[in-house]
Design a protein. Structure first.
Length: 394
C-alpha cells in the first residue's frame, strides 16, 4: 500500500490543541472569537497559530469585513481573515465490522464521506477479517488517488459490537468469536496505517457529537434501532463511557408487558419490539407471507390493517423508549439512528402517543433529530475515532 504522506500533524497539547479543535469543530472562526473561546491574548493567539498555519493544518479563509465600530460608521470595516482547517489535508478510512459484513467509508478531516464500499466476511476467522479490511482499505486508497491525486490516508478506524480496551484490544466480541485480540496492532502491521478500534455505538456517538446531529449540545442521547439496540449519552460535552457499553443494555428495557417474547428471553423488551429481525418475523407471521422490514413499513404507510397494527405497536414502544430516555437523562436533544430509524417517520403519531404516555403532561416534548439509516454512517463513526486519535493524541 503505497501512498504519499499526508501533511504531518505534530502532537498538540494545551492551548494549541484547543485552537485546532475549536477550528476543526466550529470553523471558520475569526481570531477575536477564537481568542475569546480559549482565553488568549491576540499576541499569544498569533504565536500559537503560526506553526499550525505554516504546517498547512490551519488556513486563512476568505476575508470578511468586520462591522464598523463606534466613531467609524462612515468608514469601511476592517477586513479580517477567519481561521479554518483544510479538510483535505488528512483523510481517514473507517470500517464497521458486523457478523457477516464489513462496511467502509473514506472521509476527510471533517468526516465528510468521500466514498463508501463494503465486502462480505467469508467467515469469523481473524485472517478472513484482516484480509477483508485490507481489501477495503486498498480499494479506498485507490479511490482517494482518483478523487484527489497526491492525497493520502492518515489513519484507520475500526468499530464493532463488543468490548474494546484502550481503543486497541478487542476484549470480547461474541458474534465474531473474538477474545483478547490486539486488533489495532495487527491492522497497523498489515496496512501501515495508525489504527484505532472502538465499540460501534461509542464510535457513532462520537461522530454524532463532533460532526453530527448532537454537535453543539451540552448533553444529548443517541438511540439506534437495527439488528440490535444501541444507546449513547453525551453529558457536559463528553461521551459517557462504561466497561458495560458493549452489552447493549437498553435492549432488555421493558416496553410492553403484553408484547412478544424477545430472543433475550424478556417479554415486550426493546429487542422484541423494535429490532429489524423481530419486526420482520412478526410481520411475516401476521401477514402470512415473507416481508422485509421496508416492505412492512411500506404496507403500513399504504394502510394495510395488519401492517398498520404491528407498526403502530412498535411506534408506541419507541415512544415509550424515548420517554424513558428523556425522564432518566434529561437531554437537550434525542437523536434517533440505525437502519430501522424510518419507523419513527411511518409511525410518527404512535411514537407521539407512546411518548406522552410516559411523560408528565407538564413537560415539553424533547427535541428529536433523525439520522440517515445508511450503514456508511457507522463506518463514518469509525473514521471519527481515527480523527480523534489524531487530534487528541489518544
Amino acid at each position: 500500500m503505497n501512498s504519499p504522506a499526508p501533511i504531518p500533524w505534530t502532537p498538540l497539547s494545551g492551548p494549541t490543541r484547543q485552537i485546532a479543535l475549536a477550528v476543526l469543530l466550529d470553523g471558520p472562526l475569526s481570531r477575536s472569537d477564537l481568542a475569546g473561546r480559549i482565553g488568549l491574548s491576540p499576541g499569544s493567539l498569533t504565536r500559537l497559530t503560526k506553526p499550525l498555519l505554516d504546517s498547512g493544518l490551519l488556513v486563512e479563509a476568505a476575508a470578511e469585513t468586520a462591522p464598523a465600530t463606534s466613531g467609524t460608521a462612515r468608514r469601511l470595516g476592517r477586513p479580517t481573515q477567519p481561521l479554518d482547517v483544510a479538510p483535505s489535508s488528512h483523510h481517514f478510512v473507517g470500517i464497521k465490522l458486523t457478523g457477516d459484513h464489513a462496511y467502509a467509508a473514506l472521509t476527510d478531516l471533517r468526516a465528510d464521506i468521500l466514498a463508501a464500499d463494503d465486502a462480505p466476511l467469508p467467515s469469523h476467522s481473524l485472517d478472513d477479517a484482516l484480509d477483508t479490511v485490507v481489501l477495503l482499505v486498498d480499494r479506498l486508497v485507490a479511490r482517494l488517488a482518483s478523487l484527489r491525486p497526491g492525497a493520502a490516508v492518515t489513519g484507520l478506524g475500526i468499530s464493532l459490537g463488543g468490548h474494546v480496551e484502550g481503543r486497541s484490544t478487542v476484549t470480547l466480541a461474541d458474534y465474531l468469536g473474538w477474545q483478547d485480540l490486539p486488533l489495532a496492532a495487527l491492522l497497523t502491521e498489515r496496512t501501515g496505517l495508525r489504527t484505532v478500534v472502538e465499540n460501534d455505538i461509542v464510535a457513532v456517538t462520537e461522530a454524532t457529537h463532533w460532526f453530527g446531529e448532537g454537535h453543539g449540545c451540552d448533553r444529548f442521547a443517541l438511540f439506534t434501532i437495527g439488528a440490535g439496540i444501541g444507546y449513547g449519552l453525551v453529558v457536559h460535552g463528553a461521551t459517557v463511557t462504561s466497561p458495560e457499553a458493549g452489552f447493549s443494555l437498553l435492549s432488555h428495557f421493558p416496553l410492553d408487558p403484553s408484547g412478544p417474547l424477545g430472543s433475550c428471553g424478556h417479554t415486550g423488551c426493546a429487542t422484541a419490539m423494535l429490532t429489524l429481525d423481530a419486526l420482520v418475523t412478526q410481520g411475516t407471521q401476521r401477514l402470512g407471507r415473507p416481508v422485509t422490514y421496508d416492505q412492512l413499513l411500506d404496507l403500513a404507510a399504504a394502510g394495510d390493517p395488519d401492517a398498520v397494527a404491528l407498526v403502530q405497536r412498535a411506534g408506541r414502544a419507541l415512544g415509550r423508549m424515548i420517554a424513558a430516555i428523556a425522564n432518566l437523562t434529561m437531554p437537550e436533544r434525542i437523536v434517533l439512528g440505525g437502519e430501522g430509524v424510518r419507523l419513527a417517520e411511518v409511525a410518527a403519531d404512535a411514537v407521539t402517543e407512546g411518548l406522552h404516555s410516559g411523560r408528565n403532561p407538564r413537560t415539553r416534548d424533547p427535541e428529536i433529530a433523525l439520522q440517515s439509516p445508511e450503514l456508511a454512517r457507522w463506518a463514518r463513526g469509525a473514521a471519527v475515532v481515527a480523527i480523534q486519535s489524531l487530534v487528541l493524541g489518544r
